[in-house]
Write a protein that binds this ligand. Structure first.
Ligand code: ZN
Length: 295
């Protein structure tokens, strides 16, 4: 994996994972040669990164930026694809390995787990189990993430929208913890990864005859509460040029995403329509902001 070299004075910082100097955002906008910046993407479970911000990560890595992946839990309560785990193998261990593989595909330079346990779906007893991410005190969890943001001198952080895109407790917690961590660390750009609900509803309507044949394909009912309306989105990243790697990153999560699943079985054209853009709400952006880059 390629790790960009610091471009100027980083003397005196002795860390296990050296960060790099903070890019001047004004410089990023006006200079022809974009300085190296650091993007930290924060996720709830292994595979969330591949589904929601993989393209943004790969594009940033291709542009020479440093990309760091932080995952709150190891997704211990995920549904397991039949026959994937070997005898005695724990799901969390497998999913951590899958995350490392996906990160490599996407060009991430560093992967960290915050050390919490998957809280399961909303309303499950696992929500309140000791060590669950959902039950973690906000500032305790935020301090763990803030330490990474400070170490990396992160220029941008991605979290999820306030409903966690679709209401999973750990995803809602990613929003709360991520926003608080950015405050603690002084991270200047915070972007809430979300889903363009209008776009997905249009796609489902257009593919009404094909989708029902694919297992796990979302229904109009499923998506009616996904993400946010198009008008709420400030930042749209075109990731079509890295789509093969986005799909390969999903494939790395073999314990969760079967080859026969909707994600992996759909034809290239449909995959591009569904996953060729990634959407964000840039916190604090001026009304009317429409961006096409994360930095
Ligand atoms: Zn998740």
């Amino acid at each position: 994996m390629r790790v960009p070299n610091p471009t100027s004075g980083n003397a005196g910082r002795q860390t296990t994972h050296p960060g790099r100097p903070r890019a001047n955002i004004a410089d990023v906008c006006v200079r022809e040669h974009v300085p190296v910046a650091t993007l930290v993407t924060f996720h709830a479970h292994p595979d969330d990164e591949s589904i929601s911000t993989a393209g943004t990560m790969a594009v940033a890595a291709d542009e020479g930026h440093r990309v760091v992946l932080v995952v709150a839990t190891k997704g211990e309560h995920g549904e397991i694809v039949d026959g994937v785990l070997t005898e005695g193998e724990r799901l969390g261990d497998r999913r951590a390995l899958e995350t490392e593989r996906a990160a490599e595909v996407l060009g991430a330079a560093r992967v960290e787990f915050l050390g919490y346990t998957d809280s399961g779906m909303m309303g499950e007893p696992t929500n309140d189990a000791p060590g669950s991410f959902w039950s973690a005190p906000l500032d305790e969890a935020a301090t763990r993430l803030a330490a990474i943001l400070e170490d990396e001198q992160a220029d941008a952080l991605t979290v999820y929208d306030q409903d966690g895109q679709y209401g999973h407790p750990d995803h809602i917690q990613v929003h709360r913890v991520g926003v608080r961590a950015a405050e603690l660390a002084g991270t200047p750009r915070v972007l809430e990864a979300t889903i363009n609900r209008d776009h997905i509803e249009r796609l489902i309507a257009a593919q009404a005859n094909e989708l029902p044949g694919l297992p796990d394909a979302p229904t109009p009912d499923d998506v009616s509460t996904f993400g946010v309306p198009e008008a709420a989105i400030t930042t749209t990243i075109d990731v079509r040029r890295v789509l093969a790697r986005k799909r390969a990153a999903m494939q790395a999560h073999a314990s969760q995403i079967a080859e026969t699943s909707w994600f992996l079985a759909m034809p290239d054209e449909a995959f591009a329509a569904a996953f060729g853009q990634e959407w964000y709400i840039h916190r604090g952006a001026l009304p009317g902001t429409l961006e096409t880059s994360i930095f």
